[in-house]
Design a protein around this ligand. Structure first.
Ligand code: AHR
Length: 500
């Protein structure tokens, strides 16, 4: 069977300029993300600093522009001073967030080196759980001040003459969550966040700051939390954060694939709250969104309960992703792009081994999970201006959602290279979607390629020794007389690339 959908895309239907940081990711001191992930001295692929070159190559393939670090829940118990200076003198600490032992072999300077090697900026989080203003302003001084002060000179003594010039900083992590070390009420967090923000910007006025929003839309404090935090911090921060993770826990695929509608709702709500505070304060400033943790996370939940406490770099949060997960990740990317006017930073959580597109074996290979592909396609081809498609699609209802369009789509126009890319998911479980698109505003354009990620088995996965989920570029999209026609296979992620 075939269902029909149609849409119009026009270069004038601009949502907004895409900030490249929307394709960011995240490395936390958690599980095998750092140790055994990006860093494994003694591995045949390790470079002179112990960083795995095979992993770096995959990160570069993803064109990751910014990486959040060092947490996550980890940051709320972290003493950044433990991770700088001679490695042999660094203390081992209990990490209360993940109940492991942290060796501190890798710290701020080494991570900055790694980020440079993969061409990424760093989005640095400060500890507002067990620490506060002093540790945060010292870290900014250590990283960003040129020289002539205690902390900047210490960095130089540690072998880093040039400042790291970190632009984007997070004021803590998920401070609304009872699981967080140093969990606070919205007022408590708002007060510490604004005072920390002021001190950090007194050290370096060029930095941009992210205040913690809710850990997800279903937190009991959601909405009130954002409003209260922004009441306190509005004039001193640039972003409010959002986090969300989904999972197909009930084996209900129709409902699972609709979960990006929850993400849409979350984004729209946070924009409304930020603008409500703007109105209340009669402010000229607009607060943007940093969706700095998003992904699918549920496969590893049971296995993680069996991990021996206080081990070093155990295999934690190692979700093995299925084909259906890749479809939802594709839709989540579409959700971010649909509000590219306000979502200016986003971080796929995470990047290596821990709920990640890249997996490694200790001592062995590095390989791509199913979710690697939609993330890579969006990051590589989704730069420019996001365009709002006017869509007409049949819809369905699921357990938690109504009016879910079978066609989920957004387009991106790169004015410089004059390239247009249509990202589209067909959520239908049995039917091909015949898509007609009016592309008259792109006169003289042709289809460069139509990439498709499809699979007959929604539970298909990639593992180190087999690759089942991999895209092909045999899609049938064609353009004729300003009309694009394409068949989107049942349950598929599509990337239709047009150029002159
Ligand atoms: O990304 C894994 C964890 O999820 C992070 O540490 C935390 O911020 C969130 O709850």
């Amino acid at each position: 069977m075939t269902i029909k959908a149609s849409m119009t895309i026009d270069k004038e239907f601009k949502i907004g300029e895409i900030d490249n940081r929307i394709y960011g990711s995240f490395i936390e001191h958690l599980g095998r993300a750092v140790y055994g992930g990006i860093y494994e001295p003694g591995h045949p692929e390790a470079d002179e600093q112990g960083f795995r070159k095979d992993v770096m190559e995959l990160v570069k393939e993803l064109k990751v522009p910014i990486v959040r670090y060092p947490g996550g829940n980890f940051v709320s118990g972290y003493n950044w001073e433990d991770g700088v200076g001679p490695v042999a003198e660094r203390p081992r600490r209990l990490d209360l967030a993940w109940r492991t032992t942290e060796t501190n072999e890798i710290g701020t300077n080494e991570f900055m080196d790694w980020a440079k090697k993969v061409n990424a900026e760093v989005n640095m989080a400060v500890n507002l759980g067990t620490r506060g203003i002093d540790a945060a302003r010292n870290l900014v001084e250590y990283c960003n001040h040129t020289s002539g002060s205690y902390w900047s000179d210490l960095r130089i003594k540690h072998g880093y003459k040039e400042p790291h010039k970190i632009k984007t900083w997070c004021l803590g992590n998920e401070m609304d969550g009872p699981w967080q070390i140093g969990h606070r009420t919205a007022d408590e967090y708002g007060r510490i966040a604004v005072e920390t923000a002021k001190a950090m910007k007194w050290v370096d006025p060029s930095i941009e700051l992210v205040a913690c929003g809710s850990s997800n839309r279903h937190m009991p404090t959601f909405a009130e939390w954002e409003a209260t935090v922004l009441e306190h911090t509005y004039d001193h921060v640039e972003f409010i954060s959002l986090h969300t993770y989904y999972g197909n826990r009930d084996e209900d695929l129709a409902n699972y694939l609709a979960q990006s509608l929850d993400m849409d709702q979350f984004i729209y709500s946070v924009i409304s709250i930020a603008d409500y505070i703007k109105a209340k304060k009669r402010s000229k400033k607009t607060i943007n969104l940093s969706f700095d943790e998003w992904n699918v996370w549920f496969h590893s939940n049971e296995a993680d309960k069996k991990i021996e406490p206080w081990t070093i770099a155990p295999p934690q949060l190692e979700d093995i992703y299925t084909f259906e997960d890749a479809l939802l990740v594709g839709s989540m990317l579409i959700s971010l792009l649909k509000r590219a006017d306000r979502v200016k930073i986003a971080c796929l959580a995470q990047l290596v081994n821990v709920i990640a597109p890249i997996m490694t074996e200790n001592g062995g290979e590095a390989w791509k999970q199913s979710i690697f592909y939609p993330y890579m396609h969006a990051s590589v081809f989704g730069r420019g201006v996001a365009l709002n498609a006017i869509v007409s699609s049949p819809k369905y209802d699921s357990k938690d959602f109504t009016d879910v369009p079978y066609l989920d789509t957004v387009s991106v126009y790169d004015e410089e290279s004059e390239a247009v890319t249509i990202f589209a998911v067909n959520r239908h479980q049995t039917d091909v979607m015949s898509l007609d698109a009016d592309v008259r505003s792109f006169e003289g354009y042709r289809v460069v390629e139509h990439i498709v990620l499809e699979n007959d088995d929604v539970k298909a996965t990639n593992q180190h020794n087999h690759t089942n989920v991999v895209p092909h570029n045999n899609g049938d999209a064609k353009v004729d007389g300003g009309k694009l026609e394409a068949n989107l296979p049942k349950l598929s992620w599509n990337v239709i690339r047009l150029a002159k």
